[in-house]
Design a protein around this ligand. Structure first.
Ligand SMILES: *Cc1c(COP(=O)(O)O)cnc(C)c1O
Length: 391
């Protein structure tokens, strides 16, 4: 029996391999700027969400070194016990300034944030309206909550409005959306979402994982649309993407943040982030707030690449951000194309269903890419064009 107990998984894994859906881990041996080494081969990294290259910024690294000397490697307990430091509080104050909110709290990851905050926010009698392309962590957070869930068509405000109007609700109405959709790079219609929430008395919960540090002069999607400060808006974001560190945060009304501290299970029952991470996130956020050159560089790099993608008529999405997906109809086509990128030393793996409907090579641009890195990517696009059109 004991040898057979996992046979069912072996069969499932075999099936995944046959269908080209098998996933495996590829760890880096080294990393310097956007250059990485994996299995002895050198690549330019075009798959990381380190949009500003801040994870290796000297000041960000320096902050972590100083903090480790003062506070050690970890706090050894949850925040509510004794795992936090004054650096945590300082970071939360800076996050309030950054997002223009009354209060904020840091959480251990974006995944933890969504799976803890959404169940804390939504009660049994509430209804959550969720965009069909929301991130997996939102989907899981909604599942963990006791609220009723209604999925609306991607970024379709008519569908959302119709669904809100035809649903009776005794509790709160909560609309949840990614600000930037991580696999397609398009931006949620926040202006319309804001207006719907205002007129319908709903709460708006936004996941700004890919907007923070990228949109709105770095302040995120809310600033990008120049929307006003409102207490019915809950702004979740991560420290793990453009901020280049690790962890997440939620910014919003004081009473709500206080409630999260008292009820979000991923906050209460998990060890606090180490001071090193918090100190480096603080340094990184300061850079984003005070110095716009990295953000400018990110957008210059992005525009250069997008121009080529458009000129070559390469199939992409309605992306408006540094996420540039190259979309294919079959996994076979995507894998073939990924060889071109791979041979040129460009690291951008294929993203497969069920993560996305159509397989794609998801390219992400960073301020950390040099002009030569960008030229190499453009060369790859030209080669891909020739392969697709057999010229
Ligand atoms: C990456 C991501 C998360 C998860 O954040 P982690 O800090 O990596 O756990 C949550 N939401 C969205 C939209 C993301 O892209």
């Amino acid at each position: 029996m004991s040898e057979k107990i996992f046979e069912i998984f072996e069969k499932k894994l075999e099936k995944l391999k046959q269908e080209n859906l098998y996933r495996s881990i590829k760890d880096m041996e080294s990393r310097k700027g956007m250059k990485i080494t994996i299995e002895g081969k050198n690549y330019i990294n075009f798959s990381s969400n380190d949009y500003l290259g801040l994870s290796q910024h000297p000041l960000v690294k320096q902050a972590a070194k100083q903090a480790v000397e003062i506070f050690g490697c970890a706090g050894g307990a949850s925040r509510l016990l004794c795992g936090g430091t004054i650096l945590h509080k300082k970071l939360e104050e800076l996050l309030c300034e950054f997002k223009g909110t009354e209060s904020s709290i840091v959480l251990n990851s974006g995944y933890t944030a969504n799976t803890s905050l959404i169940p804390a926010l939504a009660d049994e009698e509430d209804i959550i309206f969720s965009d069909e392309l929301n991130h997996a962590s939102i989907i899981d957070g909604v599942r963990l909550s006791k609220a009723k869930k209604i999925i609306y068509k991607h970024a379709d405000m008519n569908d959302l409005y119709k669904k809100i109007k035809e649903t009776s609700c005794n509790g709160k109405k909560i609309i949840i959306t990614d600000t930037v959709f991580s696999m397609d790079g398009d931006i949620a219609p926040l202006q319309e979402l804001y207006e719907i929430c205002k007129s319908e008395g709903a709460i708006l919960y936004i996941d700004d994982a890919h907007g923070t540090g990228v949109l709105g002069q770095g302040h995120g999607a809310w600033k990008h649309f120049n929307l006003p400060k409102e207490n019915f808006v809950v702004q979740m974001g991560t420290l793990s993407k453009a901020i280049g560190c690790f962890g997440a945060f939620v910014c919003g009304a004081s009473s709500l943040i206080e409630w999260f501290i008292n009820s979000a299970r991923g906050f209460i029952f998990s060890t606090a982030l180490p001071a090193t991470i918090i100190a480096s996130a603080f340094a990184s956020l300061k850079i984003i707030m005070d110095d716009k050159t990295l953000i400018e560089r990110l957008w210059q790099n992005t525009e250069k690449v997008m121009e080529v993608v458009k000129n070559l008529n390469i199939k992409t999405t309605d992306t408006q951000t540094p996420i540039i997906p190259v979309v294919f109809n079959t996994i076979h086509e995507a894998t073939e194309a990924s060889k071109i990128f791979n041979d040129l030393g460009i690291y951008a793996p294929v993203i497969r269903p069920p993560t996305v409907k159509l397989p794609r090579i998801r390219i992400t641009i960073s301020a950390g890419h040099t002009d030569r890195d960008i030229e190499r990517l453009i060369e790859a696009f030209n080669l891909l064009y020739r392969q697709l059109h057999r010229v």
